[in-house]
Design a protein. Structure first.
Length: 550
């Protein structure tokens, strides 16, 4: 198995995590000393166990010492490549916001996809661990908080860039160490009177949580607002200055009252963002996964959401505080090990939503019109056995259940979006019907889970709802929401994602030499199918009538 060291290069903290479970972080203010980044990265790398591959993600590109994000990406990659060469000459891979793990040259050519991609690594890995139902990942760090939605283990974010994620509530620039206190509220109360705040970097959230006992003291630290140690007593002096006072003017009780007000204001801010994201999941949350150096605050946010039946899972409890504090780096190490392992029979690239199997993969679409066959399960099993490959992915059509949606859409004018997703749910329902009829099969939530099914000798039946939700969040050209798209085009999209061939099992024959446009006109395939299979690269397909196969 490939040994991976992953780096998460932040503007104030450098994090490293090894695929063996070891992790560490070190403070380094990139904006103050950008020319020393390579040396600091090299020093961190040398402290970690031996590795075969160096994977990297970053947020430091936003530092204002760089003219642009692109310039920041290049500077970080320069430092990482120098560290890889100076410490141990090793290959480097870079994680992007579309879920790809690429060479540094490719990352340099797409700097805006390289910037701030660490959250997606954490969400993707967390989804693998907890793949069922709706979930949130809440990762509170020193500077920012990520709130990432999952459906059946698949990240379904609204935004991919920081700009879009700030609008969606999935990114809040608020953490437990570095956020200035005046960011939370314009007014606090001291001794029964309201006081406006000084909009100056006098104190940060670390001072609040030092006073409350949530964070440990750092007596030798100098990266506080005033450069003095991170201790409760020094924190009190810094908090006093936020209301233009000093320690001779405010008592310990006054200081602690201020700290409580700032803590409550930050909790309210983060809970509002988390509710915004949770509402898009229908507020039916099965799991909330908390992580980060501010995991204690993430727990409070999760509790404030008020989902009584929701399980709150702590990465610190499961994997230790070091892993939780470096969760994005640790997640990337695990993903990169899987993606790059020479021993894996399946290379996942570019993401859990896309896989390139070898040898060939065959996507088999079982038409919904076949669901009334009394011996359908054995018939499918026999046809799959004739393919002479265990790398088969089954997709099931909507059949009569989708026809009900079609008819209600005509009568009730459901609208294209609602009708589309209801028809996809009809396919999902039929997937579980076929699972019961086809021995050795199981419904899987995404393409990455197909490998686990194959490893166990099972036949994966792909849940089309989970696939399309994930595909729409990452694709630049999602499938249209109209009745021109049915399970035929969805199966073609799956075949493209897997670089596989497509076999459509139907109740009607179609000669191999007939043009596909004629099949569209006659209704053998849906109206979008020709456009989908003819996209570059084209999808190789064939149509068979399962009812008349010997």
């Amino acid at each position: 198995m490939v040994r991976v060291l992953a780096l998460d290069i932040g503007g104030a903290t450098l994090k490293a995590a090894h695929s063996d479970g070891s992790a560490r972080a070190t403070s380094f203010e990139v904006w103050r000393r950008p020319r020393e980044l390579a040396g600091a990265t090299t020093q961190l790398v040398r402290l970690m166990p031996p590795f075969d591959l160096l994977a990297v993600t970053m947020t430091a590109e936003l530092c204002d010492c760089f003219e642009s994000k692109a310039a920041g990406v290049h500077a970080v990659l320069d430092a990482v490549e120098a560290a890889a060469g100076l410490a141990r000459p090793m290959p480097v891979r870079v994680w992007l916001t579309d879920g790809r793990l690429v060479m540094p040259a490719d990352a340099r050519s797409e700097p805006l996809k390289t910037a701030a991609a660490n959250w997606l690594a954490l969400a993707t890995w967390a989804g693998r661990l907890y793949p069922d139902g709706n979930a949130l990942v809440i990762d509170v760090g020193s500077t920012t908080t990520d709130v990432i939605p999952l459906r059946d283990g698949v990240p379904v974010p609204v935004g991919r860039t920081d700009l879009d994620r700030l609008a969606s509530g999935e990114l809040v620039y608020s953490g437990v160490r570095r956020t200035p206190l005046f960011a939370f509220t314009p007014l606090v109360h001291v001794a029964g009177r309201g006081r406006r705040l000084a909009a100056e970097l006098f104190a940060t959230t670390e001072d609040v949580y030092l006073r409350r006992g949530d964070l440990p003291a750092r007596p030798t630290a100098s990266d506080t607002a005033d450069g003095r140690p991170a201790t409760p007593e020094r924190a009190a002096a810094r908090i006093a200055r936020v209301v233009c006072a000093d320690r001779t003017m405010l008592s310990d009780a006054d200081i602690d009252q201020l700290a409580e007000q700032f803590a409550a204001a930050q909790l309210a801010t983060l809970a509002t963002a988390a509710r915004q994201v949770a509402d898009r999941l229908g507020r039916q949350l099965r799991t909330i996964i908390v992580a980060g150096s501010g995991e204690f605050l993430a727990r409070r946010v999760a509790a404030k959401l008020g989902f009584e039946a929701t399980e709150i899972i702590s990465l610190a409890d499961r994997f230790g505080p070091a892993v939780s504090s470096t969760a994005c780096a640790f997640a990337l190490a695990q993903l990169a090990r899987e993606l790059e392992s020479d021993l894996s029979p399946l290379t996942l690239h570019p993401s859990p939503l896309t896989l390139h199997p070898s040898p060939r993969c065959v996507v088999v679409k079982v038409g919904g019109s076949l669901l009334d066959m009394p011996n359908l399960g054995p018939q499918i099993a026999r046809r799959l056995a004739e393919l002479h490959t265990r790398r088969v992915i089954v997709l099931v059509g909507g059949g009569r259940a989708a026809d009900v949606v079609r008819e209600r859409s005509r009568l009730d004018r459901l609208g294209d979006d609602r009708a589309h997703w209801l028809a996809v749910r009809a396919m999902q329902f039929n997937s579980f019907v076929i699972e019961a009829a086809l021995p050795g099969s199981r419904v899987v939530s995404d393409l990455a889970a197909c490998q686990a099914a194959w490893d166990c000798g099972d036949i994966p039946i792909l849940d089309p709802l989970a696939f399309l939700l994930a595909e729409e969040s990452s694709s630049l050209a999602p499938l249209p929401h109209s009745w021109s798209v049915t399970s035929d085009s969805i199966a073609a999209r799956v075949a493209r994602a897997t670089c596989g061939e497509l076999l459509l099992l139907k109740s009607v024959p179609w000669p191999a030499n007939e043009p596909i446009d004629a099949g569209v006109r006659s209704g053998v395939v849906d109206g979008h199918f020709a456009a989908e299979v003819n996209r570059d690269p084209p999808v190789t397909f064939r149509i068979e009538n399962l009812r008349i196969l010997p």
